[in-house]
Unconditional design. Structure first.
Length: 311
């Protein structure tokens, strides 16, 4: 022992470090960092395209961009935390959610609620620094996710996926309105793109985790109506994506071509599902493709318009 009462070979720093890492991993689970990342990406895309279509440059609006992204992240994080708080009873039933802090009790539930409300309120206030319409869109997205999806439709209706898609489609409107509060048709096309994209994306998850949803008695489409109807629904939604690249033709031929190729590839994979036997494997392929699709679409928008926005 030394004078402080510790053994000379006791790994004090390592123990503390591991504890902090553990707490951070739990906080990340509570905040749903993946959802925050994907939604701030689409908010950024909305902001970026607003610069392109209005002829503005990033140097003029970099501070507004910072406010917009931070505010968006806070609002989404707040909604996710409240979602975890509200769903703690069903989360303890499903394998993929039973280790969340709201189930294990590693974070006090009263603290979870305070964190969720605080992040939500602060997020909307930060967005108001960009513009009032930006804050309103942020609040609409939060309301759609927390009230319309989490509290109202998730446990009642098979269309919960479509209702939940409203909140996920709002970030481009948040981003665009921070630059131009008078909304152009383009952000609404982005809204439509993400709204349509989310249903086959989340139905793929529902198929992968169908046993979990059955156990928790959540009326996801594959739980209530089976895989065949779910597959046909996914095809319909992917077909609805086909015109989207042509509606964004002002971004250029390369974007239209890339978007069309991605759409045809996703449609071919969706149709393949009608003939597949291994539904879990196919649904995982649909899930992975959906992530690659969204990333490729939005990154291509940014890269194509990069020279204009930096001038």
């Amino acid at each position: 022992m030394d004078k402080m009462g510790f053994s000379s070979n006791e790994p004090i720093l390592s123990t503390h470090t591991n504890e902090y890492l553990y707490k951070w991993s739990e906080l990340k689970s509570l905040l749903k960092v993946g959802i925050i990342n994907s939604n701030t990406m689409t908010a950024f895309a909305g902001f970026w395209l607003a610069l392109f279509y209005t002829g503005a440059s990033l140097s003029q609006y970099w501070h507004v961009l910072l406010v917009t992204l931070v505010g968006t992240a806070f609002v989404i994080a707040g909604g996710c935390v409240i979602n975890n708080y509200y769903d703690r009873d069903i989360d303890q039933v499903m394998k993929r959610t039973k280790k969340r802090p709201t189930v294990t009790g590693s974070i006090d539930l009263s603290h979870v609620l305070i964190i969720g409300i605080s992040l939500s309120v602060v997020g909307v206030l930060i967005l108001s620094l960009a513009s009032i319409p930006t804050a309103i869109f942020g609040a609409i997205g939060w309301f759609s996710y927390v009230v319309l999806y989490t509290m109202w439709s998730k446990r009642r209706y098979t269309i919960n996926t479509a209702i939940g898609s409203l909140s996920g489609a709002v970030p481009p409107l948040i981003g665009w309105s921070a630059v131009n509060p008078d909304l152009h048709v383009i952000p609404w096309i982005l809204f439509l793109l993400i709204f349509i994209w989310q249903t086959p994306h989340f139905l793929a998850i529902a198929m992968k985790k169908v046993d979990d949803y059955k156990e928790a008695n959540i009326p996801m489409l594959p739980v209530v109506h089976g895989f065949d109807i779910t597959k046909r629904q996914m095809i319909v939604y992917v077909v609805c994506l086909l015109p989207i690249p042509f509606l964004l033709h002002e971004l250029g031929f390369i974007f239209v071509l890339l978007g069309t190729i991605l759409n045809i590839g996703w449609l071919a994979l969706a149709i393949k599902g009608l003939f597949t036997i291994d539904n879990k494997k196919w649904s995982n392929q649909m899930f992975v493709y959906s992530l690659l699709y969204l990333t490729a679409i939005f990154f291509s928008m940014i890269i194509i318009t990069l020279p204009s926005n930096l001038l």
